[in-house]
Design a protein around this ligand. Structure first.
Ligand SMILES: *[C@@H]1O[C@H](CO)[C@@H](O)[C@H](O)[C@H]1NC(C)=O
Ligand SMILES: *[C@@H]1O[C@H](CO)[C@@H](O)[C@H](O)[C@H]1NC(C)=O
Ligand SMILES: *[C@@H]1O[C@H](CO)[C@@H](O)[C@H](O)[C@H]1NC(C)=O
Length: 230
């Protein structure tokens, strides 16, 4: 009898504490989080990061996203303003794309993988930045909510709220360097070519104000040219 009570006590302790790993403080910026390197998980998934920290999500096989949600509604994107890396199919033996967001304030940031093949979100592929470590709004509670979600969806309109960078062609050797040149962290629409499962370099966002003003200048030249033909 006493032994039975002891076992019941042990199992409830295990249920209460098993879900969320301990918090890891981002001691660098950018701070790397690997996506899918250790199975259906972000590593680390419970992140404490000062305002201004850039978080780089590095994609590993198979085909994952990082998608922002609310605490209360895991597995579904924020109604507006959340980030979304889009799907990043990555072949075994290669490193995939990197999606970078910036921590803008101290509010908790909740995220999940939108891959429905294998129900990644419900399988617990979720994470948080600056979540409280005690109380009822913790990563632990978020995981419990995610496991109970009946559906998982992703935002319309492709990548948003961060910068996707691709890897150089040397990725096939397993050693690769990011061709990260973007300066913008507020990309709201995506119109580039989405990289395929191989890691041929595809520039998604070359960022910087200078490249944008250069293309604006090009457009202006075209206008002047067209006007002078009239
Ligand atoms: C990645 O996953 C998305 C969503 O399930 C799917 O539409 C897409 O075809 C997948 N890409 C590859 C290369 O498997
Ligand atoms: C957390 O607990 C507080 C106090 O008990 C309550 O007011 C709040 O609604 C709870 N929040 C959630 C998300 O459950
Ligand atoms: C789990 O989901 C069901 C159906 O959506 C809901 O009724 C129930 O309250 C949820 N349980 C928890 C613990 O969130």
């Amino acid at each position: 009898m006493q032994y039975t009570n002891f076992l019941i006590g042990l199992s409830s302790v295990a249920v209460a504490t098993a879900a969320a790993p301990p918090a890891v403080t981002a001691t660098s910026s950018p701070f790397k989080v690997s996506v899918g390197e250790d199975g259906l998980t972000y590593t680390p998934s419970n992140i404490i990061a000062p305002v201004g920290t850039k978080i780089t999500f590095d994609f590993y096989p198979k085909n994952h996203t990082v998608t922002q949600s609310s605490f209360a509604d895991p597995c579904h994107p924020l109604a507006a303003g959340g980030f979304f890396s889009d799907f990043n199919p990555t072949k075994a033996g290669t490193e995939g794309n990197t999606f970078t967001i910036t921590v803008e304030d101290t509010k908790p940031i909740w995220f999940y993988c939108s891959q429905t093949t294998g129900s990644h979100c419900q399988a617990g592929m979720v994470g948080a930045i600056n979540a409280k470590q005690s109380g009822n709004v913790t990563l632990d509670a978020f995981i419990t909510l995610a496991k109970n979600a009946t559906t998982s969806t992703f935002p319309e309109g492709g990548i948003s709220g961060g910068v996707l960078s691709t890897f150089s062609a040397t990725a096939s050797s397993g050693i690769s360097l990011p061709t990260y040149t973007a300066a913008s962290t507020t990309l709201s629409t995506f119109s580039g070519t989405f990289p395929g499962p191989t890691s041929s370099p595809t520039t998604v966002e070359t960022g910087g104000a200078s490249s944008r003003s250069a293309s604006l200048f090009g457009i202006a030249v075209l206008f002047v040219g067209a006007a002078s033909m009239l």
